[in-house]
Design a protein around this ligand. Structure first.
Ligand code: F0G
Length: 466
């Protein structure tokens, strides 16, 4: 029998219209937005790939569960259901519900970090880094070298460089490392998975030195699926078993249920440390809410409880990973340079290779994001110098990011294959006229997380005004 193509494992019950705009409208909208697609109105976007976070479609079972939501302030039935599901999959003794991932990060890091500390990760996500830095600690990225070469097709480019972790501990001492994290999958590093072997090795080094080891678990199911299909010895294990093994190696985790919770909002913090949990719950009450709801309504807890079970269905994960693979393969066929292999939740275009005539400080990722919107109403996000570059405090010099990527993040269960084919067409059309695409520069920027609110202008405007 022929291998059958992989299809969406659902049929569609509710539809949400999307609207095409004209090129002239888009040019106007983009200019009004200061060339920052975060400032666009979503209704002016045709295909929204800004993020896979909170943008997924819920299932009939999730909507049904929402009606069962118990909105009691304390001890609601929905809380116990949520706690049971989280404990069942993640295995930690304390589960602390938060309104989203970064609230879990803020509570965790403000409890354990202090000035002078260092927190290593394969690659910190922007909110993770910002929450660590807000405590005066340093957020350090230790990806494996392959993780920084977009064209290198390594199966586990999300891995941490274990030798670099050992060297760090040797240099600063375990006492200055309040915890070590691994982000699964490594979002900022291209949505690339971390192998079980690497998780075990990193956990081993941490535990040898008494350093707590945490997972940033946002896309844990996608990571577990990659372990199943790519790592020797795991092919016969279920994704749930693999996830249990990943978390069994850790002392705690942070989670954004907006990703692999298949929910539109929510998150949690988990730990096996009783004393730490107590401190975290005290902070939770101060800023999020009572420990049996955190920042969430009872109905959200229900939607997440169902979503966390559904995300482990292997037909769902097969389809999910196939979408990124299919998109990646078709872009590659047009010669478009992408981070290889495609990640779990997104395809990352290598903007530096796409626009080789632009230097990093000419913001090639930002230029490409603008062109994708102008060409086809597609909203992507820059993950390069705009997001991760910074100004050297001593010299005032702009330091570019290590890579210039543009992320095409794929919302869960939202777009069909013909939407993906349309994306390929849009990217191919932009690629065909790439030599004509010019540089951008900042007009305004905030001191932290500047990519959200910055305003830009095409560099020709700079030349004209100079
Ligand atoms: N950690 C990772 C790896 C993430 O990707 C995100 C969010 C967070 C933490 C924070 O979670 O948004 O619920 O507060 N990533 C989104 C993205 C925003 O677009 O990749 P949050």
């Amino acid at each position: 029998m022929r291998t059958r193509r992989i299809i969406e494992p659902f049929r569609i019950k509710v539809v949400e219209p999307i609207r095409m705009t004209t090129p002239v409208e888009r040019a106007l909208h983009l200019r009004e937005a200061g060339y920052n697609v975060f400032n666009l109105r979503a209704e002016d976007v045709l295909i929204d790939l800004l993020t896979d976070s909170g943008t997924g479609a819920m299932s009939a079972d999730q909507w049904a569960a929402i009606m069962r939501g118990d909105e009691s302030y304390a001890g609601s039935r929905s809380w116990y259901r949520f706690e049971e599901v989280v404990r069942g999959i993640f295995g930690f003794t304390h589960v602390i519900p938060t309104h989203q991932g970064r609230a879990a990060e803020r509570i965790l890091f403000s409890t354990v970090c202090k000035r002078g500390d260092v927190v290593p990760n394969n690659t910190h996500f922007d909110t993770t880094r910002a929450n660590i830095e807000a405590t005066g600690a340093e957020a350090l990225d230790l990806p494996v070298p392959e993780g920084l070469i977009p064209s290198e097709p390594h199966p586990f480019k999300g891995n941490m460089d274990v030798a670099a972790l050992r060297a760090l501990i040797g240099r600063v001492g375990a006492g200055r490392i309040p915890l070590c994290m691994l982000t699964v999958t490594n979002n900022t590093g291209g949505g690339q998975p971390v192998s079980m072997e690497n998780i075990r090795a990193v956990a081993g080094v941490c535990h040898e030195h008494g350093i707590p080891f945490y997972l940033d678990a946002c896309r844990f199911a996608e990571n577990a699926y990659f372990i199943k299909v790519r790592e020797d010895g795991w092919g016969d294990a279920s994704v749930r078993e693999i996830a249990r093994e990943m978390f069994a190696l850790a002392d705690g985790c942070t989670m954004s249920a907006k990703k692999d919770g298949l929910a539109n909002i929510g998150g949690f913090l988990a730990t096996n440390d009783d004393a730490l949990a107590q401190q975290e719950e005290n902070l939770l009450i101060l800023t999020e809410g009572f420990p049996t709801y955190g920042g969430l309504a009872g109905r959200d807890l229900e939607a997440i409880a169902v979503g966390l079970e559904e995300v482990l269905h292997e037909d769902y994960l097969t389809y999910r990973i196939e979408v990124a693979r299919y998109l990646g393969e078709h872009l590659t066929a047009h010669g478009i340079p992408i981070m290889q292999p495609p990640g779990g939740h997104a395809v990352y275009v290598d903007a530096a290779a796409f626009l080789p005539h632009l230097r990093p400080l000419e913001l090639p990722g930002q230029a490409l994001v603008a062109e994708l919107y102008l060409e086809g109403g597609v909203r992507a996000v820059e993950i390069g110098t705009v997001m991760f570059g910074h100004r050297d405090t001593a010299t005032g010099e702009e330091i570019p990011a290590k890579m210039e990527l543009v992320r095409l993040a794929i919302p869960r269960r939202v777009y069909t294959k013909s939407h993906v084919d349309y994306l390929v067409d849009v990217l191919a059309d932009v690629f065909a006229r790439r030599a004509t695409i010019g540089a951008f520069r900042f007009v305004e920027q905030a001191p932290v997380l500047r990519h959200f609110s910055a305003r830009f202008e095409p560099a020709y405007a700079m030349a004209a005004s100079a």
